[in-house]
Ligand binder design. Structure first.
Ligand code: PLP
Length: 521
């Protein structure tokens, strides 16, 4: 493809994108295709002859679009927000154009230095302790990883290696194999699945400690577990706390956890994948407490920071501890600048060797929205969640299961868990809204997260209208089923009465089955 065709193709693709975004509200959020739809539609071999881009673009409309779950629809309320904005898309495009792979500074000085700059900008925006800034004297700093999962894995593996080194020095009688076999880590049973997975991949078994009734893990939980493990000869290695759990967006108690970690030489990592954004808001300043005592921290810009997937910020208090754990070099990775300046060798801070130029899209987003625009984007999510919550609170048939937290509202149908599961299934089958379920303390609930590139007040009202409509139908069908069951029961009882003359059961059956809490609208 020559430059002229590229311009035409690119312009057509931009039109396509803008049109898709402008009309996203009109599309169902969930696709209507069945598993295997695309595999059946597409040829089994790649085309032998080159094809025209116009044809390919048409096929995106025909084959790909029907199989897209519209994450940027304002009617997408599952998981957490997936960041997206026009400046970020342009940043991705430019980064693809430069196609640099930042192994080290000379492989693209702008790639490394822009990352240092925007990581410091972000740390200041979130009001993180100064020790995490590149511009502060000392070994701390931030890097862009692909995901929270990778960041947590890096923390687990670095903690593992540092603990092995320390225990080897302290207890020379123990072999390295014995030390590694005794390592143990901690997180809460409310932490994201990627935390447990990092323990598996990083070969540090993690104990998932039961959170309290507010879904919070506290120092007392950790202290008890550490005491038990020390008594059993295990070696506490890392604790992964969460600011903004996936289920209910609860915040672990970083200060009390930090005290236990400091006492026992345990690496403290904080997964703030979603709620890290709230650190920027002064009305959430309490979330910053204890962060100066944390060893590492991650926040997903690809959630609420208008940056497209993938982009996770990870800060370390002492990057040397990570570099010392993972530093493997080769002659082809050397340049006269390596190690000669304060510029970090980011390849030692991460799992892959190659590095994407993620900082470019972040720089575009930060400049084009400004700190003010980013804060407004966060405030909007809080406002919209509050608006949705008002609908929940106004309906006596449903209840909140946790306090509204940032852009997340967790609610359920009062009564048996099956009602909530049935409601969610009905809504999902209609494809107008997408939400997912979670569970805490034996109660299943629906998570409603404010998502999409540009959600508005009326989208919250639309969502509630859809939920309410399905709830009405569900409860009236349930009522119908109960009346039918009672009628059948009454009929049977009547027959039995006729046979043996007992008449009490019918009236008591009716009383039990039509309790006040089970009314349908
Ligand atoms: N941690 C939390 C609290 C999350 O909510 C999520 C995903 O939603 C993750 C970690 C995993 O993020 P990633 O996909 O970037 O690994």
């Amino acid at each position: 493809m020559d430059a002229q065709s590229f311009k035409e193709f690119g312009k057509a693709a931009l039109d396509f994108i803008a049109d898709y975004m402008e009309n996203i509200r009109d599309r169902d959020v969930l696709p209507s295709v069945k598993p295997g739809y695309l595999i059946d539609l597409l040829p089994k071999e790649m085309p032998e002859k080159p094809e025209q881009w116009q044809e390919v673009l048409q096929d995106i409309n025909k084959y790909i679009k029907p199989g897209i779950t519209n994450w940027q629809s304002p009617n997408f309320h599952a998981f957490y927000i997936s960041g997206c904005s026009y400046p970020s898309m342009v940043g991705e495009m430019l980064s693809a154009a430069f196609s640099v792979i930042g192994f080290h500074w000379l492989c693209s000085p702008a790639c490394t230095e822009l990352e240092m700059v925007v990581m410091d900008w972000l740390a200041k925006f979130l009001k993180l302790p100064a020790q995490f800034l590149h511009s502060t004297e000392g070994p701390g700093g931030g890097i862009m990883q692909g995901s929270a999962s990778e960041s947590v894995l890096v923390a687990v593996m670095a903690a593992r290696e540092q603990t092995v080194l320390r225990v080897k020095a302290e207890q020379p009688a123990l072999s390295e194999g014995e030390i590694r076999a005794r390592l143990v880590g901690y997180s809460s049973d409310q932490s994201n699945s990627c935390i447990e997975k990092a323990g598996v991949l990083g070969t540090v078994p993690l104990r998932l400690l039961a959170a309290d009734e507010n879904q919070i893990m506290r120092g007392a939980h950790l202290a008890k577990a550490v005491k038990e493990d020390l008594a059993n000869g295990l070696i506490p290695t890392i604790c992964i706390a969460t600011i903004g759990t996936t289920g209910t967006c609860a915040y672990d108690d970083i200060e009390t956890l930090a005290s236990v970690c400091e006492e026992h030489n345990i690496w403290l990592h904080v997964d703030a994948a979603y709620a890290g954004a709230a650190l920027a808001l002064d009305d959430h300043a309490q979330l910053r407490r204890g962060l100066e005592r944390v060893d590492s921290l991650n926040y997903n810009l690809h959630k609420s920071m208008l940056v497209n997937f993938d982009c996770t910020a990870m800060w370390m208090r002492d990057s040397n501890r990570v570099v010392d754990s993972f530093n493997v070099d080769r002659i082809y990775l050397q340049s006269k600048y390596n190690g000669q300046t304060d510029i970090p060798e980011f390849r030692h801070w991460q799992i892959p060797l190659g590095r994407r130029f993620r900082a470019l899209k972040v720089w575009l987003v930060f400049r084009i929205f400004g700190a003010e625009g980013l804060r407004e984007h966060l405030h909007k999510q809080l406002r919209l969640a509050k608006r949705f919550e008002q609908h929940v609170l106004a309906d006596a048939r449903v209840e909140l299961v946790a306090k509204r937290s940032l852009g997340l509202v967790c609610f359920r149908v009062k009564g048996d868990n099956q009602l909530t599961a049935d409601l969610l299934q009905r809504i999902t089958d209609r494809k107008k809204l997408y939400m997912v379920q979670a569970s805490f303390g034996g109660k299943d609930f629906i998570r409603f997260a404010v998502c999409g590139m540009d959600p508005k007040e009326e989208d919250m009202d639309f969502a509630w209208h859809e939920i309410e409509g399905q709830l009405n139908k569900l409860l009236s069908e349930e009522k119908g089923k109960k009346i039918e069951a009672i009628t059948v029961n009454a009929h049977d009882t009547q027959q039995k009465d006729n046979e043996d003359g007992i008449s009490q059961q019918l009236s008591s059956g009716l009383h039990i089955s039509l309790g006040a809490d089970e009314r349908a609208p």
